[in-house]
Every structure is written in structure tokens, then in C-alpha cells.
Design a protein around this ligand. Structure first.
Ligand SMILES: [Zn+2]
Length: 283
């Protein structure tokens, strides 16, 4: 039983993952420019794709057998961290093209800057505020929970894990008045404790980056891989991310492994900061 594949695991169409949509330059590679994002959505529209929030996609997957001959190809669209730039630069494009998406919100940072991210040479970015999230939902989009404080969940105690997963989701529901069905762990990292807590909290599914072969998912929970879109991605790379199995996609998987390894730098700085805060409090 170490394959990580569950008999009850649902088959989902591919899901894309974006972060910031901004033309403001920064060192990170997970942003997409505003013009680039519009061009990519136009490309996907012309290729016959329709992009959906994760709950929208789950509904379609269940109804898929009703329309087997449809020429529309359904895929999922997500944005991690709920940056204001998504509201400013992607929201109108989605409405214009009839697409919807899920943004994953670090709940403690609603309407605040991304102080959870110690890197980026002091450059700070705003997260969406309550009003923006509500407007996002009323247009047919979805919010998911991206923990409370965007900490690596391997660094937190059992009690804090509950508040980061269950508590944060409840607060997001209270704030937006909308059901929160999906959880995305910060940095895409998870283990069985995280999955059990997500399942006990009543989420429908967890959106991650890559499946860990040695971590078995509770059968009631949907574990969904996503494909990150990077600044330098061409149309053919975007297409390769949708058509998994191509050689370009396999190269991409290796690159993702390296980037995930790199995110431990952010995690290490977060851990040091926490340690310093604890010492300061106890001293
Ligand atoms: Zn994140």
C-alpha cells in the first residue's frame, strides 16, 4: 500500500497553478505578466479549453458521462496566495473569456502584505482584501484555504496544524459567507497528518503540486496535483503541461523538483524567525 494511488481516487482533468499576475519585475519566477496571462488565456480559448474553479471542475467531472461528445476541453485554474495582482490583472480577463478560478488564501494575510515571505530582497506584495474576495466569489469564482499564516506545516505543532487547516478554513467561510471546499498546503508540502487533518476538517480535497509516492491519501479525500505556470513558459510548454506524458512535461517535472527543493530556503528563514521570536518572548 505504498503506491499513493487510491482505488476511490477521482480522475480529474489537468489543473494549472499561477501565483502573481503582474508586470512589476521581481526575482521570483512564479509570476506571469499581465499581457502574458491574457495571451495564455486567449491561446487556451482558441484551442477549445474552458477553465474552471476546482469546485466547478469537480461538478463537471461528475457530469462528464452526460456529454461524452462535447468538443469543449475542461481544465482547472488556480492561483496560490491570493495576491491583489490577480484581482487587478486576471479577474477581468477571466470574466471576459467566461472562465472561472479558485484562489487559495493565506487567511491571516487578507488585505495585508506578504510578510510571510522573507525573501525577494525586501519586495513586498499585497494580498486580496475582504471586499475583493467577495467580488471574486460573486462573479462565479471560488476561494480555497491556503492555511492561516503560510508556514511550512512540518514546522507546526499538532494544535497549530488544526488551527492552520480547520480554523483558517472556518474563518474564511465566516468572512466571505461562502463554503470552502479545498485546502492547498503552503509550499505544496504535505504528509499523512496534514491529509488526515484536512479530511477531518471536512474539506472536499487538497490541491498540491506533486504527489508523494510514500504518502497514502485517506480514501474519502481528493488529492489533486497541479502544474505551475512560470514566467518564461511558452505556448508549447503550457500545452505540454496540459498534455502530461510528453517529454517537455517530463522535463518540467524535474524542474519542479528543483524549485521545490529551493523553497526550503524560505522555510529555513521562516523557522529561524520563529525561533528568534520564541527566544525573544521567553527572554
Ligand atoms: Zn503559497
Amino acid at each position: 500500500m505504498d503506491s499513493g494511488i487510491q482505488a476511490s481516487e477521482k480522475i480529474f482533468p489537468p489543473v494549472l497553478l499561477y501565483h502573481k499576475v503582474t508586470s512589476v519585475p521581481e526575482l521570483g519566477i512564479t509570476r506571469t505578466t499581465s499581457a502574458g496571462f491574457r495571451r495564455q488565456m486567449q491561446f487556451l480559448l482558441e484551442k477549445g479549453y474552458k477553465l474552471h474553479s476546482l469546485s466547478g471542475l469537480a461538478d463537471i467531472s461528475e457530469e462528464a458521462s452526460d456529454e461524452p461528445n462535447s468538443s469543449i476541453k475542461h481544465i482547472g485554474l488556480t492561483f496560490d496566495d491570493a495576491y491583489s495582482s490577480v484581482y487587478k490583472n486576471a479577474f477581468d480577463v477571466l470574466s471576459e473569456f467566461g472562465f472561472s478560478a479558485t484562489v487559495f488564501v493565506p487567511v491571516n494575510y487578507i488585505g495585508r502584505r506578504n510578510d510571510w515571505d522573507p525573501g525577494r530582497f525586501m519586495m513586498k506584495f499585497d494580498h486580496m482584501g475582504k471586499g475583493e474576495l467577495k467580488e471574486w466569489i460573486s462573479a462565479g469564482n471560488e476561494v480555497g484555504c491556503h492555511s492561516a499564516s503560510h508556514q511550512h506545516l512540518s514546522l507546526v505543532s499538532k494544535m497549530d496544524r488544526y488551527s492552520e487547516i480547520e480554523g483558517a478554513g472556518r474563518r474564511l467561510e465566516d468572512l466571505t459567507g461562502s463554503k470552502v471546499n479545498w485546502f492547498a498546503p503552503p509550499f505544496g508540502w504535505y504528509d499523512r497528518h496534514v491529509l488526515d487533518t484536512v479530511q477531518e476538517a471536512g474539506y472536499y480535497g487538497t490541491a498540491i503540486l506533486r504527489k508523494r509516492k510514500t504518502t497514502v491519501c485517506p480514501p474519502e479525500l481528493t488529492l489533486l496535483e497541479r502544474r505551475t505556470v512560470y514566467l518564461a513558459d511558452s505556448f508549447s510548454m503550457l500545452q505540454a503541461k496540459i498534455d502530461s506524458g510528453s517529454s517537455l512535461y517530463n522535463i518540467e517535472q524535474i524542474r519542479l523538483g528543483l524549485i521545490q527543493a529551493g523553497s526550503w530556503g524560505t522555510v529555513a528563514v521562516q523557522a529561524l524567525k520563529q525561533q528568534k521570536e520564541k527566544l525573544y518572548k521567553s527572554g
